[in-house]
Design a protein around this ligand. Structure first.
Ligand code: NAD
Length: 434
């Protein structure tokens, strides 16, 4: 089939590459000229494992352009995969989605299916269809299908190739057939439903995962007070199939482009319809506090950051991506800088993006070892492999080896006997420092 995709971001690009891989002819459209130029010439503009390799394998079925009018004019299906960021009031900003709808309406010259992959509030697919129909320049039939995406950054290609399910919201038999054809070479269960339910599946899934993370983080904080070990607690809970062992890793909170905005957007929507989602509200509040957990812990060791050298290991919101959206580093590092710290930071992928967002007294280091040297305290914010590989002795080059681990990277037992402090999330503090 001929497919156009609006948006060459984490979702649009991964979708384009995977759909080309399963045999479709795909044109990927973006308004960002620099990104399209880079996609044509390389290297791949985003860091996502396996994406560059799969892209290189399928270049014969893949093109990139800023010329939306040509791309949308004569195609079987158009995916909308542009961003739906958070507005100041927490609701979803749909301006990019509707801008694409206008471009489609102005360009299509034959019947086609418009597939909304962006995460949009319940009822939006209907509005997009109305908008398209009222702006069409040619006498064509357009059907709008909801097809939310469930990939995770860092494993996007694997998630798309071997996902747990494909959700398709449509009440049209012909659109359903188009969707079945698009995905026929991906062996995944397809959940067919109406558009509103498909939109709700996406929000309900993301918000449930956010809730699960906030729940284990609250339990972890209580474990610290009561002397229990959250890793053992999570293991014991996770063996119950009714609970499951995923998303039970305690840490300094979730970040990224989805959970923060999708929890706020559904909470906003609930309030708008006079149905406050109290559990979702709690997940949001717990997460905001959890991001400051290490800052609070630091107060046990120093009254202030004034004059301290702080080693920060990890800037991105998780390993395997260069994405910084809602990363704990964006909250923690400005607090350190504002209170007079000098920061030494390590991240294998996120440094360039971080420099564009935060400035100040920061030295960027090429290795965790270099970062740790002479530091007064260390914050671990992302569990990159380079960080996981560190041994206790590597921390002994710090001026005072106080390790605050927001990702529970190491076994506290392995820290026993070394002249350091190892303070992680939901576990007993190891302290052999005078
Ligand atoms: N990132 C994820 O892990 C993930 C997972 C599931 C769902 N989603 C959802 O998918 C959507 C896209 O997320 P993302 O992370 O890929 O966003 P992104 O910010 O990485 O990419 C969006 C792209 O759309 C482009 N764009 C904006 N206006 C355009 C237009 N008129 N025409 C063509 N391109 C345009 C931007 O330049 C950008 O490159 C969001 O709704 C998000 O919630 C994201």
């Amino acid at each position: 089939m001929n497919i156009a995709i609006a948006g060459a971001g984490y979702v649009g690009l991964a979708s384009a590459v995977v759909l080309a891989h399963v045999g479709h002819q795909v044109v990927c459209v973006d308004v960002d000229e620099a990104k399209i130029e880079q996609l044509k010439k390389g290297p791949c503009p985003i860091h996502e494992p396996a994406l560059p390799e799969l892209m290189a394998e399928n270049l014969s079925r893949l093109t990139f352009t800023t010329d939306y009018a040509v791309a949308y004019s004569n195609t079987d299906a158009i995916f909308i995969a542009v961003g739906t960021p958070e507005k100041a009031d927490g609701s979803a900003n749909l301006s990019y989605v509707f801008a694409v709808a206008e471009q489609i309406a102005a360009s299509v010259t034959c019947d086609c299916v418009v597939i909304v992959k962006s995460t949009v509030p319940i009822g939006t697919n209907e509005k997009i269809e109305q908008h398209l129909k009222s702006h069409l320049k040619h006498d064509v039939t357009i059907e709008v299908v909801s097809n939310p995406e469930f990939l995770s950054q860092g494993t996007a290609i694997r998630d798309m190739l071997y996902g747990s399910r494909i959700v398709v919201g449509t009440e049209s038999e012909s659109a359903r057939q188009v969707m079945a054809n698009i995905y026929e070479n991906l062996e995944q269960p397809v959940v067919f439903t109406d558009r509103r339910s498909a939109e709700m599946i996406k929000y309900a899934s993301n918000d449930f995962l956010a809730l699960k993370i906030s729940y284990i983080n609250e339990i972890a904080n209580l474990c610290e007070v009561l002397g229990a070990n959250v890793e053992d607690v999570a293991r014991g809970m996770g063996m119950d199939p009714r609970i499951g062992d995923k998303f039970l890793r305690a840490g300094i909170g979730y970040g990224g482009s989805c959970f923060p905005k999708d929890t706020k957007a559904l909470h906003w929507l609930g309030n708008f319809h006079d149905h406050e989602l109290k559990t979702v509200k709690a997940a949001i509040e717990v997460n905001e506090n959890q991001k400051l957990r290490l800052i609070k812990k630091a107060r046990k060791y120093y009254d202030s950051f004034e004059g301290l050298i702080v080693a920060v290991l990890g800037l991105t919101f998780k390993p395997g991506t260069d994405d910084l959206r809602e990363a704990p580093s964006l909250v923690n590092i400005p607090i350190m800088l504002d209170s007079g710290a000098k920061v030494k930071a390590f991240d294998p992928c996120g440094v360039e993006k971080f420099k564009r967002k935060v400035s100040g007294n920061i030295i960027y280091c090429d290795t965790p070892e270099e970062t740790l040297k002479d530091a007064d305290i260390c914050f671990i914010l992302t569990e990159w492999p380079e960080v996981l590989e560190l041994q206790p002795v590597h921390f002994l080059t710090m001026k005072r080896p106080i390790i605050l681990d927001g990702r529970n990277c190491y076994d506290p037992g392995g820290m026993e006997g070394y002249p350091l402090v190892y303070d992680s999330i939901g576990r007993t503090v190891v302290s052999y420092l005078d």
